[in-house]
Every structure is written in C-alpha cells, then in structure tokens.
Ligand binder design. Sequence first.
Ligand code: HEM
Length: 348
Amino acid sequence: MEDLYYSDYIELDKILNSQHPKSFESPEAGNDEMLFIIIHQVYELWFKQIIFELDLVRSIFVQGHINDNSDEMSKVVYKLRRIAKILELINQQVSVLETMTALDFLEFRNFLLPASGFQSKQFRLIEAKLGLKMEQRYKTEYYKHTRRGSLSEGDLRDVNQAESEHTLKEMIIQWLERMPFFDERYWSEYKQVSPVDSADRHEFWQDYREAYKTSLSKNETGRLKEFDKVFFDEGRGDVPPAAMRAALFITIYRNLPIFHLPFELLNTLSEIDELLSNWRYRHFMMVRRMIGLRVGTGGTSGAGYLEGTLSQHYAFREITEVATFLIERSKRPVLPNALKEKVSFNIP
Ligand code: HEM
C-alpha cells in the first residue's frame, strides 16, 4: 500500500479551492469577503462535527434502556461535553469577524443576496435534533420554502425529517421517566415528617413540598402552585411531571454516586442551551453593528428577528428551570437506607 500524503488524507485541495469571493471580480472590490467565506465554512465544519456527535448520542439512547452508571452513559456525557467545547470555540470566533467593519461588509453585501446564514441547513438540523420544534420557532412564516431567502424545499424537508425522528430531548424525557427510585421496596422505612396532605402523592414529595413551601419568601408564595403544576399536574413545556420530578431528584441528590453522571448530563444540556444562546446573542450584536436596522440578506427583519430567536429558541429550558424549585441541602428529606444503599457503589 502506498504511503498516505497529508493533503490527500484530509482532501486539502478540495477545501482550499472552495473560496471564491464574488466581489473580487469587481474593480472596486474590498478584500474582506475572503474572511467572510472562510469563517462561514469553518462554522459549517464545526456544525458537521456537532451533528456527528449528536447522532452518536441519539443512537445510544435509541437502543433502549441506558444504565446510569454504564459505559454508554459516560460516553453520552463525554460527547455532549465535546459539543459544549465546540460551542465555546465558535462563540470566540465571532470576534474574528468583528475585525471587519460595517463599511467593509457593504463592499460585498449585495453580491450574496439573497443568500444568508438563515439557510444553514446544518444549523437547523442541530436545533431540530436537540429538540426545537417548528411551532416553537420565532416567526415560523420565514421558514416557508417559497419565500425568497428561506430554506430550499429539499433542506426544509430534511429539517422536518430530523424533527420527526427521536430528538435528544424526547430521549432524555423518556430516560428521566424511567427512573426507578420510587419503587416501593426502597421506601418502606421512610419516615414522613410533614402532615399528610395528599394520599396519592409519595411521602417524599409531600415532605419536599413542605420544605419548599417554608423556603419561599412572602412575595414568592405563588411558586407553590407552580410546584404542584410542574411536578404533579401538567409538567413544564414538553416535559411531563414524572420526568420533571426525576430531574429535580437527580439535581437535589447529585452528590450520591449514582447521580454523578446523570447530573453531569443534565448540567451539560443546560450548558449547551446557554452556549447556543450566547452565540445567538453575539451574532445578533455583531449583526446590529454591521447592518444596523436594515433587513438581512435573507429577507428577515434582521437584528429584530435575531433578537426574537434569542428569547425563544431553547431546547432544554425546562431542565434549566428546575433550579426554581431547589431547597437548601440541609433541608432535604433524609433518604431511607435501602435507597441510599441502592444508589451507592458498594465494594464488597
Ligand atoms: C457580517 C456578518 C454577518 C451578518 C451581517 C449576518 C447577518 C444575519 C442576518 C441579518 C440574519 C437573519 C436572516 C436574514 O435575514 O438574513 C442572519 C441569520 C443567521 N446567520 Fe448570520 N450574519 C453574519 C455572519 C454569520 C456567520 C459567520 C454565521 C456562521 C455560520 C452566521 C450564521 C447565521 C445563522 C445560523 C442564522 C440563522 C439564525 C436563526 O434563525 O436563529 N451568520 N445572519
């Protein structure tokens, strides 16, 4: 077998011959379109890697039961941590593009009409695979493929397809709902401390609710109603009550050995949401500096549209907002020994 040569192995010629700034053909050309193209290509390469990792994580969950203390769980966490690192990096890269001024951008802006990052299929796939649904998106009318500057028919079909497959969020919800910690055999010796207020609620949750109630300040008393709604009646957003309870339970008892990885997983999902939202914010601020209040090349209202996505496009908002319902460590109900033993690593 012939020795591999570096540039052949990574197909460098293809990559390095894929920058063709339109404005360079014009006599009044500036010279920043090269940077503009390269930075978009770099982003798209990182998007590709994120999708690759996301698909891997989804394929692990889709196999069915995932043991909380298994190799698969650590692989899931490790891959999601990698996605978070990539997002950190692409956040930093915005400042490279910010070395271009608004006037520099104007030199070539009209050459790319009506192309826009709005049409980034990979970005939409990341959002969809994480769990963002079309109906949750800001200004869904912008996604009609018949609109100039929107996604092509084929790209939109692929995004819809990704949305209809098992999203990471759906799989996380199913995993949370399966948490077996309220199995009767672990709770026979539990000593309820609060007065019984609802027979169909587990004693633990009655105690927890009571502790939460006493932790609320005067102007927060409405939160108790919210607590009942989120953990017992409706759930929150797309997440049903049982899954919300499991997320809260893991978060409160995250120091128990068996919860280290599950907590790391939930925490990383919130971090991914936060980093994506940081990117949206940095991109929005950059766009405001670059084009002010003008419409985008993709035909949306521009900065106004981007600001709207910022407050709306989250996949794991419900998980992050579990923090609303935490109580101090010292006020946590004491778990029965049978359960503690079950969730600790026991070396004989
Ligand atoms: C001079 C730099 C840039 C400007 C002025 C700009 C402007 C805009 C504007 C105005 C939009 C809204 C859609 C539209 O009407 O066009 C948009 C969307 C978008 N841009 Fe940029 N952009 C810039 C750089 C980038 C870069 C480097 C990326 C990296 C891939 C990017 C990715 C995106 C994405 C993914 C969207 C869709 C956001 C969403 O709908 O949530 N943009 N951009």
